[in-house]
Design a protein. Structure first.
Length: 260
């Protein structure tokens, strides 16, 4: 299990529970406003999470100011604390079946691949290293949605086939199976291993190669502004949050990580 650090900001109380409709004889009373009530609860949840996010960011800014490190870009990334467990046979079998079906479609019905979907390594340099550090601190919260499909749809598999000219359907199927780990994070992507994604970048889905969470997007935007300044060395403060509290805060230049 990933170590869950102690919070460095106070917990923010959860959203209050909505009052249930009045009941008659133990059964909920019919209400024409039930859809409106649900919408109201969603808005309440969003507003509460927004308040939490603002409080977490304020705590990070306060801690960074107390450390007297000057004006440095800040990003808040999520975290997960799922335990590593054996990859369930059922998940593995479902993945195999889905992959086999989609590869059969890809090889039977070739599709053009948009230029923007082709695999490209991130630009080298401090910004890439800082972004990679942010992702490693998170540990793959976005990966938890990969389940037994790993985001490998026909579009991504078409791209992989095009980038591996001459590969057969059987060989590509075998390549994907060869990278399945014996263990992964519980209830996460079949390829979410203890050290990160077990797939090499060229075999990952286009979604996985291109996705940046909100916190990473904000951080990269701020780093781009600073990189144009320029400020040397390029550094960033990265906070790690469980959506309730700030769990960790670090200063990094992409090569070293110092806790604040």
């Amino acid at each position: 299990m990933r170590a869950r650090p102690s919070p460095i900001s106070p917990s923010i109380p959860p959203a209050p529970q909505a009052t249930p409709p009045e009941t008659r004889g133990g059964a909920p009373a019919a209400s024409a406003a039930s859809t409106g009530d649900l919408r109201g609860n969603v808005v309440l949840s969003l507003s509460t999470q927004r308040a939490r996010n603002e409080a977490i960011r304020a705590c990070a800014l306060s801690s960074a100011a107390a450390a007297e490190i000057g004006a440095v870009p800040l990003g808040i990334v999520p975290m997960h604390d799922r335990e590593v467990t054996t990859l369930p046979p059922g998940a593995k079998q479902r993945f195999r079946e889905r992959l086999q079906q989609r590869l059969a479609d890809v090889f039977a019905n070739p599709r053009p691949v948009p230029a923007g979907d082709r695999t490209a390594e991130p630009a080298a340099g401090a910004m890439k290293n800082i972004a990679a550090t942010a992702c490693s601190l998170c540990g793959g919260a976005c990966c938890t949605r990969g389940g037994d499909h790993a985001f490998l749809g026909v579009d991504s598999l078409s791209r992989v086939r095009e980038e591996h000219q001459g590969i057969t359907q059987a060989a590509l199927f075998a390549a994907y199976l060869a990278h399945l780990p014996a263990e992964h994070y519980r209830d996460s992507c079949v390829y979410h291993g203890a050290r990160g994604c077990t797939l090499p970048r060229p075999l990952r889905s286009t979604t996985c190669n291109r996705y940046n969470c909100g916190g990473l997007t904000q951080l990269l935007r701020a780093l781009t502004i600073d990189a144009d300044a320029p400020i040397e060395p390029l550094r960033a403060v990265i906070g790690v949050s469980d959506n309730l509290t700030l769990r960790r805060l670090v200063l990094t230049d992409g090569t070293q990580v110092n806790d604040l």
